[in-house]
Design a protein around this ligand. Structure first.
Ligand code: GUN
Length: 298
């Protein structure tokens, strides 16, 4: 029986953060510019509150100018668009992020598309999606979660994935689709699975690289995984467990970590895998936007 390597996203993110902080200090000294990140959070979704708090903490740790706009659940579409317009025109802000999901009455697409492509550090604007899918990755803002997953895959397998097969579980615009684009760009042979896929386990079993982004706690079992595969777990599921009659809630991924560890080469844990990498990629994108704003290359 083998035991997979546990990929430490938390440690990698901390390392990258130090480098971003050093580059931020240099940018300030040499060009008088401090990267500015504005995060807009609408309503009281508790998970979103936690994510936004972590993003702010990390931004401050990197030496950024960090602003948070917490607005009421019942804000009008017009007022959200006005806020984004103000941020688009604010020279101290280089990156804008509107935390998703949004309340039902708001038009998510109109809101994400109203962010200037050059400040779109989430990589959700059609201009950035187009750049990524057409292979102009160097010129695009790439969505943070897939970008972070890709760095962890590269650490395990190198930058050229020629001859390797990858299965991306989930076809969302935030993770699945951009993840598939990045893997294709690195020469992997890519399959995207989703809720209508037949014989899911047998499809996953073909893969040298598995990225699970389906939102189903512990769904991917050890016997779904090809021996020696690299498994990246994007899931964040809150589940209740009862220990000694006491009910506790804890976070778990889409991957059944223990059984998958018995067959895979390397697996990301939840928490401590993809999550911290997502946040640090947001910082990397914001630094990049600030550098581009003074004519430096990314
Ligand atoms: N909600 C969950 N993930 C994300 C993300 O990457 N960006 C934004 N803006 N909202 C999210």
């Amino acid at each position: 029986m083998t035991t997979a390597k546990r990929i430490d996203g938390k440690a990698k993110a901390a390392e990258m953060s130090e480098k971003i902080a050093a580059d931020t200090a240099a940018l300030r000294e040499q060009h008088g510019v401090t990267p500015g990140l504005a995060v807009v959070i609408i309503g009281e979704d508790p998970a979103s509150q936690v994510y936004v708090r972590n993003k702010k903490k990390r931004a401050e740790g990197c030496g950024f100018y960090s602003v948070q706009h917490s607005v009421a659940e019942d804000i009008s579409q017009e007022d959200v668009l006005q806020l984004i317009n103000d941020l688009n025109n604010d020279a101290s802000i280089h990156g804008i992020l509107v935390q998703l999901p949004l309340p039902e009455h708001l038009d998510e697409q109109a809101i994400t598309q109203s962010i200037s492509p050059g400040k779109d550090v989430d990589g959700f604007h059609f201009v950035n999606i187009g750049k990524l899918t057409s292979g102009n990755t160097a010129d695009a803002f790439v969505p943070c979660t897939p970008a972070g997953c890709m760095l962890m895959i590269e650490d395990q397998l190198g930058r050229d994935l020629s001859g390797l097969s990858a299965v991306v579980m989930g076809r969302s615009n935030i993770v699945g689709k951009p993840m598939a684009s990045l893997l294709m760009q690195a020469n992997a042979t890519v399959t995207i699975t989703h809720s209508r896929t037949k014989d899911l386990a047998s499809v996953v079993r073909q893969a040298d690289i598995v990225v699970a982004a389906i939102g189903r706690a512990n769904m991917v079992k050890g016997d779904w995984v090809k021996p020696g595969a690299v498994v990246i777990d994007v899931g964040i599921n809150r589940i209740e467990t009862t220990v000694d009659g006491e009910t506790k809630s804890r976070l778990t991924g889409d991957v059944d970590f223990e059984s998958v560890c018995e067959v895979a080469k390397a697996v990301t844990p939840v928490p401590g895998g993809v999550g911290p990498m997502t946040i640090v990629m947001l910082m990397a994108n914001t630094l990049r936007a600030a550098r581009l704003s003074v004519g430096l290359n990314a």
